[in-house]
Design a protein around this ligand. Structure first.
Ligand SMILES: C[S@@+](CC[C@H](N)C(=O)[O-])C[C@H]1O[C@@H](n2cnc3c(N)ncnc32)[C@H](O)[C@@H]1O
Ligand SMILES: [Zn+2]
Length: 306
């Protein structure tokens, strides 16, 4: 791919071959002559002629909101409202999650990655420095625009506005799949299965899927907090137990690692450690059995079942 002659912040033409029509899985082809990076254009299904717009570099594949249902539609609006504040809100936890997550993704050189629920690109920015290309999917247009502006114009990242639960791609195409803090916001059991089925089929045999997910940890259990609820902003969440994740994912993936991460020692907040140091301490604590009970997130790493 010639990154020097790219149009600014367009959708990389080379990622079109990873996409399919959301109605009938037909191949998509660009309408007319296309540059290496498409800023405004149309992708057309070779089977049913359905058209998908690329508008300002972002591919639009979102279904009508009625299909999403009220809970997801409410989250979509909330994510757009909250997008500007997101990175600041999560900054203190960033390193306690990212070091382990990047490690679980393994070697990324030459690899093509699909990221579900990429948000404002916290991990997209890390991945793109190493991987060959990234297809980053989210249903918050404002979040995707933030990612777009944070990336160099010629970054090999294809931004897609779509419902990550229902989004389908060409089968067994990606070397890696990532869903960081996305799974806990899927509102129904049926949709959790739908997402896992789609993610498993998007990834190559021998590829890796990594997810970080809210953990119903010891602190929450002692406080008798409910596993399910709505954030004030109107965002649905579910805090999972390790066993629940094991069971749900087992139908689609062979587990390689399931471990609590994002561990903070009791009273650590008073020590005012740097965020990076707190990230490395958390990573060491992942090996301490009792400390693992305090992990705020579950890290899942697995390979799609054949
Ligand atoms: C907690 S944020 C995590 C963002 C990013 N992965 C990170 O770790 O910083 C969850 C993201 O998932 C997106 N999301 C939630 N449900 C979605 C869905 N059904 N389809 C697409 N995006 C969704 C939200 O818009 C939001 O950007
Ligand atoms: Zn079609």
């Amino acid at each position: 791919m010639d990154r020097n002659t790219s149009a600014s912040r367009g959708f990389p033409k080379e990622l079109i071959s990873t996409l399919v029509c959301q109605k009938d899985r037909g191949s998509l082809v660009a309408d007319g002559e296309t540059p290496e990076y498409i800023v405004d254009g149309v992708l057309k299904c070779a089977t049913c002629s359905e058209r998908y717009r690329i508008d300002g570099g972002i591919l639009r594949m979102l279904p009508e909101t009625q299909i999403l249902g009220d809970t997801l539609a409410s989250e979509m609006a909330a994510r757009d409202r909250e997008a500007e504040k997101y990175d600041r809100r999560i900054a203190s936890r960033h390193y306690r999650e990212v070091i382990s997550t990047m490690h679980a993704l393994g070697v990324l050189q030459g690899k093509t990655v699909i990221e579900y629920g990429c948000g404002t690109g916290r991990l997209t920015k890390e991945i793109v420095q190493k991987a060959h290309a990234v297809l980053a999917v989210d249903f918050s247009l404002i979040s995707l625009k933030i990612v777009q502006h944070a990336l160099p114009p010629d970054a090999p990242v294809g931004l897609v506005l779509a419902d990550s639960i229902r989004f389908i791609t060409k089968e067994h195409t990606f070397d890696r799949g990532l869903a960081a803090q996305f799974f806990e916001h899927i509102p129904t059991e049926r949709e959790r299965h739908l997402f896992l089925q789609h993610a498993a089929s998007a990834i190559k045999h021998g590829g890796t899927f990594v997810a970080t997910i809210y953990h119903h940890d010891l602190r929450r259990r002692l406080k008798k907090l409910s596993q399910e609820g709505m954030h004030k902003s109107g965002i649905y969440y579910y805090f999972f137990t390790m066993r629940e994740i094991q069971k749900l994912f087992a139908q689609y993936f062979v587990p390689q690692k399931i471990t609590p991460i994002d561990i903070m020692l009791p009273f650590a907040a008073r020590l005012h450690l740097s965020q990076k140091l707190s990230g490395y301490i958390s990573r060491c604590l992942e090996c301490v059995l009792l400390m693992r009970l305090l992990g705020h997130l579950i890290l899942y790493q697995g390979a799609p079942k054949k």
